[in-house]
Ligand binder design. Structure first.
Ligand SMILES: C[S@@+](CC[C@H](N)C(=O)[O-])C[C@H]1O[C@@H](n2cnc3c(N)ncnc32)[C@H](O)[C@@H]1O
Length: 237
């Protein structure tokens, strides 16, 4: 059982070694909806609202959201008329997302799955959105993450990601990829800088990489300057 026969076996071994070191689970994290977690607000990201208002995204089409959590961005996009597939591995998060969607009478296709187990046809999506999932992806899975985005996007399609600033106000571990394995921990989520983001997504065209704007808790948009908001476009073929 602990013999390595394939590249997948190596990835699974590294997943397991990291998991063994931590008692954290996303289902436990979401079990109390009243916790004072910044992104538990029921409001879309301020950068996402900007992309829609400033027509930086196609006006219609199919969206894939990676790590949608309780669904605030998926629901916003569905309200704008997009056809949304929203994926998360936490059944607790998705139950909350479905409750929210039902309350707001919005149709979203919520999928409870690990993003690395999705069977996505090539060039299926006009837009891919990720708010806060990518920084929880271990470095050994990053190649597959980038491949998933590149493969699932249509030519000219848009990819947007928000993720921790290195040593930002929300965290964002400033450690090398190797250090993750020395410490056997992502330290609550990896931090990035704008060069690192552009290098990771070097096959895409960087349209805008900026810090998120801070938003009041009472605002109808979510924003925190401890996060990057990065928008990329898949090059036309
Ligand atoms: C910080 S939360 C953000 C949730 C949501 N995007 C939001 O901003 O409200 C990160 C989410 O990514 C999900 N996640 C992490 N790794 C994942 C994976 N490999 N596949 C699917 N979902 C994942 C977690 O379950 C969690 O809901």
């Amino acid at each position: 059982m602990e013999t390595i026969h394939s590249h997948d076996d190596i990835l699974n071994m590294l997943d397991t070694l990291l998991r063994e070191q931590s008692s954290f689970t996303w289902n436990t994290f979401y079990s109390d909806r009243s916790k004072a977690i910044p992104f538990f607000v029921n409001a879309p990201d301020e950068n996402l609202v900007q992309y829609v208002h400033q027509r930086q995204l196609p006006a219609a089409g199919r969206v894939l959201e990676l790590g949608c959590g309780p669904g605030r961005n998926a629901i916003y996009l569905a309200k704008q008329g997009y056809e949304v597939d929203a994926v998360d591995l936490s059944s607790e998060a998705l139950q909350w997302a479905k409750d929210r969607a039902q309350q707001q009478q919005v149709d979203v296709n919520f999928i409870c799955r690990n993003i690395f187990e999705l069977d996505i046809e090539e060039a299926a999506y006009d837009i891919i959105y990720d708010s806060g999932c990518m920084h929880h992806i271990a470095p050994h899975r990053r190649i597959d993450y980038v491949r998933l985005v590149n493969r699932a996007l249509k030519s000219g399609g848009m990819f947007a990601v928000t993720c921790f600033v290195e040593n930002g106000v929300l965290g964002g571990a400033e450690i090398s990829d190797w250090e993750v394995y020395r410490q056997r921990s992502l330290r609550g989520g990896l931090g990035f800088n704008s060069d690192k983001l552009k290098t990771i997504f070097k096959d895409l065209h960087a349209v805008e990489v900026r810090k998120m704007l801070d938003m009041e808790k009472s605002s109808d948009r979510f924003g925190n300057s401890g996060l990057w908001a990065a928008l990329f476009q898949k090059k036309e073929r």
